[in-house]
Design a protein around this ligand. Structure first.
Ligand SMILES: Cc1ncc(COP(=O)(O)O)c(C=O)c1O
Length: 445
């Protein structure tokens, strides 16, 4: 559209807006008096395209266009996304899915979903508290509780909503949420919703947490420490035994988000407690998601009876939201069963992840603090470079990896983030790292 035509369109829209602006009612019911005195509102507060979010998006798109890059987000995977995936009609090596053990797309898991679908239909239509409860919900929660040797577990329809609702409900204005500085957005939003005071401590630094607890614990009633089992930006893990020691000493709750560590950490994928060989009941709240290894959708909280019952009856994202559809619950139950029968998948994931890390280091690439367990970043230090590498790897080499750009990380930490799966091969990795090394060398010249 030419500048002249777009000006004309704007004028026409403005005239139409003035003609159709609703009249505010005056206290005595006369609309016209209120209309005459209504204070004009700046247009930027009435238009979605003036919203800061939209403006930021427009700026990013303009930048990408100038660099000749496609939008790296919302890529369409045309089939099952695992170690490989079809994108733009072409089979690619895929490092952008959380299908760590390859169970999403496994025929046995798909069959479990199909059976549940046939038996229960596509939706449970209501909150489980009223008429959404099905036997399959109980089965799933019992299987999750067993994985944590916990009294019970409760399943929410979204992983994000699990953290929002759990933190939002359990804590209040007299309480404190202390979290790792790299904690996921869902925990931040939950903490904000709760109205509790919120403080962050340096990433994976129990000593920084200890100092904050020593200074502030006594000023609050309930205090909760929130950490993750495997940080998905960096691929590193917390020193869980040390966090447990601190939580006991300062008499606070410890919550561990296992979105990425369940299925990945430990010899059979049972998560961080298995990795450290600690009694899982030492952690007050285990949280995780069904969307990753468990090949479904939703989130869970596992813990003691009082915690789980309280959430089941009062957490708003559970109480006021629909129950999980049966065909979404069934795959996760099946995966929990298969994981116990097939520990070799976890072992393969560990082996291939370590191989990726070693080879990346051998190429002189910066892998940050990754321990080489399913998540390995390659830090390239510039958002345009990360976007360029992701774009070129896909277009020229059919390798799919997401760039992580500022402001998701500081500009100097912009990166490519590789998610490994149990069925990635050494050939996939050699091919990928050779291509990346070539592109990095070209970028330096
Ligand atoms: C650490 C963490 N917690 C919670 C979530 C939210 O889970 P979901 O995407 O299943 O809603 C994610 C999502 O990736 C996550 O990485």
């Amino acid at each position: 559209m030419t500048a002249h035509r777009s000006d004309l369109k704007r004028q026409l829209l403005e005239q139409a807006r003035k003609r159709t602006a609703p009249r505010a009612a005056s206290p005595n019911g006369s609309a016209s008096a209120a209309h005459a005195t209504a204070t004009p509102v700046a247009e930027r507060f009435t238009r979605f395209d003036a919203h800061p979010g939209y403006q930021q998006l427009a700026m990013l798109r303009q930048g990408a266009e100038q660099l000749g890059l496609k939008d790296p987000f919302f890529k369409v995977h045309e089939g099952i996304a695992g170690a490989t995936s079809v994108i733009q009609g072409t089979s690619c090596i895929n490092f952008a899915s959380y299908n760590y053990l390859g169970y999403s797309g496994d025929p046995r898991v798909t069959q479990a979903a199909a059976d549940a679908l046939t038996r229960y239909g596509t939706s449970v239509s209501a909150s489980r508290v009223v008429s959404g409860e099905r036997p399959i919900h109980h089965e799933l929660e019992q299987a999750i509780a067993k994985a944590y040797q916990a009294d019970d577990a409760v399943a929410f329809v979204s992983g994000h909503a699990t953290n929002v609702s759990t933190l939002g409900y359990l804590l209040g204005p007299k309480d404190l949420v202390l979290h790792d500085e790299y904690i996921h957005n869902s925990s931040l939003v939950g903490a904000q919703l709760s109205g509790a005071k919120r403080m962050s401590f340096t990433h994976n630094d129990p000593e920084a947490l200890d100092a904050l607890l020593s200074r502030h614990r006594h000023q609050f009633e309930r205090v909760i420490v929130v950490i993750e089992g495997l940080y998905s930006m960096d691929g590193d893990i917390p020193d869980l035994p040390r966090f447990i020691e601190l939580k006991k000493r300062h008499q606070v709750w410890l919550m561990v988000d296992e979105a990425h560590s369940f299925g990945v950490m430990g010899a059979t994928g049972l998560g961080l407690h298995e990795h450290f060989a600690i009694d899982p009941t030492e952690v007050d709240i285990w949280m995780g998601t069904m969307s990753k290894t468990l090949s479904g959708c939703g989130g869970y909280i596992a813990g003691n009876k009082a915690l789980v019952e309280t959430l089941r009856y009062f957490a708003p994202g559970f109480l006021y939201s629909v129950g999980m559809p049966a065909q979404v619950a069934a795959p996760s139950i099946k995966v929990l069963e298969l994981m116990q029968q097939e520990p070799e998948r976890v072992e393969n994931l560990h082996t291939i992840s370590r191989y990726f890390l070693q080879q990346a280091k051998a190429h002189g690439m910066d892998t940050g603090h990754s321990i080489g367990a399913a998540v390995v970043p390659i830090i390239v230090g510039s958002s345009p470079l990360a976007a360029h590498l992701s774009h070129t790897l896909l277009e020229q080499y059919h390798i799919n990896v997401q760039p992580i750009l500022h402001p998701a990380v500081p500009e100097k930490s912009a990166r490519l983030r590789f998610f490994l799966a149990h069925d990635h091969t050494q050939a996939h990795i050699d091919q990928t790292l050779d291509a990346l090394a070539t592109l990095l060398a070209q970028a330096q010249t």
